[in-house]
Design a binder for this molecule. Structure first.
Ligand code: ZN
Ligand code: FE
Ligand code: FE
Ligand code: ZN
Length: 267
């Protein structure tokens, strides 16, 4: 089986990933991946979550490190970014993203009203909130992320399931549908992110039911390991391709300079 590109890997600049970008590329090449796109956590000069991202003055270093990677191997190198959507992010992000030569911009929601709901340190907060309302708020933010037109793909679409907190299926579908309508209207895609397999939930983001809703709306997909260690690159991509196929997908998205084209899924 020929595996798809890994469009979601990090670098040490975000302060919580290890290894050299060269090791990530070597791992991708060893796994036979056709392409790897670095999408490290974007800076947020307003002071939003500074512990988990590069600083604005490290952006030139980010570009320099990635520009220094060997380009003559079998695995192509792309340069992207994972940028958080949060209320008021646009003031910085819109001009900044326009100024950057990225191949891909992943949009993520990691916070609901100042609560980093996927951070294990904040796990106790889940005991104090209404799970269904949390999911509704999360998908509202994903909808706004899409409406902003700042991003190319939505990362890890059902991230609130990370620690196993789930709403009723009907409520999940209802909230997800609204968000996916906005994602489709924005011409964006969604990521199949295998990092969930390495968490308590032990599932790919998003679940097959949500992926089928995306397929019904013709929303393109890409694949991401969300590697924070070199050995996680391309993790369980065979499983992810099977999930995509089960949901009816026959192609995945490829990005160069933020322009999408479709590549047939192999295997
Ligand atoms: Zn991270
Ligand atoms: Fe993320
Ligand atoms: Fe990530
Ligand atoms: Zn991520």
């Amino acid at each position: 089986m020929e595996l798809p590109a890994d469009y979601h890997v990090h670098t040490y600049l975000c302060k919580h990933a290890d290894g050299d970008p060269e090791d990530y590329l070597a791992a991708a090449t060893a796994r036979g991946l056709p392409e790897i796109c670095f999408t490290d956590h974007a800076p947020a000069p307003c002071g939003y979550d500074p512990k988990h991202r590069m600083m604005i003055d490290q952006v030139p270093t980010y570009h320099n490190i990635l520009a220094g990677l060997p380009r003559d191997g079998a695995c192509k190198v792309r340069v992207g970014i994972e940028a958080d959507y949060y209320p008021d992010c646009e003031q910085f992000l819109r001009p900044w993203l326009e100024s950057q030569p990225f191949d891909l911009v992943m949009g993520s929601v990691h916070y609901i009203q100042g609560w980093g709901f996927d951070n294990p340190d904040n796990l106790p907060v889940w005991e104090t909130v209404d799970v269904e309302q949390t999911w509704r708020r999360y998908f509202e933010l994903v909808g706004r992320l899409a409406q902003s037109r700042l991003f190319d793909m939505v990362a890890h679409l059902d991230l609130p399931k990370k620690f196993g907190h789930r709403p009723r299926h009907a409520a999940l579908v209802d909230a997800a549908k609204r968000a996916l309508d906005q994602v489709a209207a924005a011409g964006m895609g969604i990521e199949l992110n295998t990092s969930g397999l390495r968490r308590k939930v032990a599932e790919i983001y998003p679940a097959q039911a949500i992926l089928e809703l995306a397929r019904a709306r013709d929303i393109p997909i890409c694949f991401g390991s969300d590697a924070h260690q070199p050995e996680e690159v391309g993790h369980a991509f065979d499983k992810a391709v099977r999930l995509a196929r089960a949901a009816g997908y026959t192609a995945c998205a490829r990005f160069v300079k933020r322009r999408l084209s479709l590549v047939p899924l192999d295997g």
